[in-house]
Design a protein around this ligand. Sequence first.
Ligand code: NAD
Ligand code: AHE
Ligand code: ZN
Ligand code: ZN
Length: 369
Amino acid sequence: MKARAAVAWEPAKPLSIEEIDVEGPKEGEVLLKVIASGVCHTDAFTLSGQDPEGAFPCVLGHEGGCEVVECGPGVKDLKPGDHVIPLYIPECGDCEYCRSTKSNLCQSIASTVWTGYMPDGTRRFSHKGKPIFHYMGCSTFSEYTVVPEIALAKINPAAPLDKVCLLGCGITTGIGAVLNTAKVEAGSTVAVFGLGGIGLSVIQGAVMAKAARIIAVDLNPAKFEMARQLGATDCINPKDLTGSVTEAIVEMTRGGVDYSFECIGNVEVMRQALECCRMGWGVSTIIGVAGAGQEIRTRPFQLVTGRTWKGSAFGGVKGRTQLPGYVEQYLAGEIEVDRMVTHTMPLEDINRAFDLMHSGESIRSVILF
Ligand code: NAD
Ligand code: AHE
Ligand code: ZN
Ligand code: ZN
């Protein structure tokens, strides 16, 4: 079939709206109509050319709210009309990661998901006969996309897809990093570096965990109002400080925070986030994604004296079993999504969503198909 899609032909160039060809679903695959898609900083990261796994040309997008159109042979639990959220980390239920409660990193199709192919090693997208890569197994910047059933969370059809699409990455990642990865306890002090869709969702998670103090850090003071509304108790702009942000947080908390989260993708800030943690038990969780060749550094003494460095992918959430519950929590008013959608636009204006992200004007833009 034909579909309108935003194609990334090459790194660091605007997306181009094209009519592409989408092949029907094969064994275990599902054809989806994308109703809405959020734009995450990771899409911009890959488009920038800094992602060592970025393959071009591709159809980006991984925060989708979708409807099932057609099921390929062997699809067991989905039917046309079902509402689903695509998962960049699938849940096969069978691999050693799915069988473990310690990780959500299902490896059943990882080698193809992260290289731009479907699990059988082929692609479903093309333009004038030229094949186009998939992205993170989702490619939601297309009217129609094809995703394996094991990478689809079936959700309550009462949930508005133009909002809960954000649970496909940003919001779930932030909340999950607090609750599943760091496991923040009631009464804790927390520092959040970067107040985009991820950092603001970390704040939500910290409130859910009943943290006593939530220190929000961003270079853009326009982000502080929403941070406070969501539960930040203190906001710091490093530009306003004479000393380092690490020193400021250590001083404010008389020794450092119990938990910190890096939600930017900046390796220097990752170091600050670790070093503002309290000695003895402070835990710093990296969520931000850094470019090819970037490495984190600290003095080993920071770890010797009891700080822990962790990382979190999709908030440690097992998508098929746990994401439908996040949607229910949204419907019950327990998770804030609506206020994160600061802009909506048609696919034709998708490059504006990237501009708004880079200028710091948006939290999340949602593309409406
Ligand atoms: P965003 O662009 O919406 O927000 C980033 C924020 O960081 C902005 O508010 C910006 O002003 C702030 N910032 C930039 N440099 C800063 C600095 N030096 N000090 C303080 N603040 C600074 O991005 P987002 O969509 O929230 O994503 C954040 C990061 O998380 C990205 O690296 C993204 O790729 C990554 N991410 C990771 C996962 C995961 O599963 N690990 C999931 C989603 C996104
Ligand atoms: N391709 C990048 C890594 C990107 C990355 O870490 N992705 C996160 C999700 S970001 C969503 O916005 C993730 O879940 N990764 C799990 C995995 O197995 O890659 C690089 O640096 O190579
Ligand atoms: Zn994302
Ligand atoms: Zn698995």
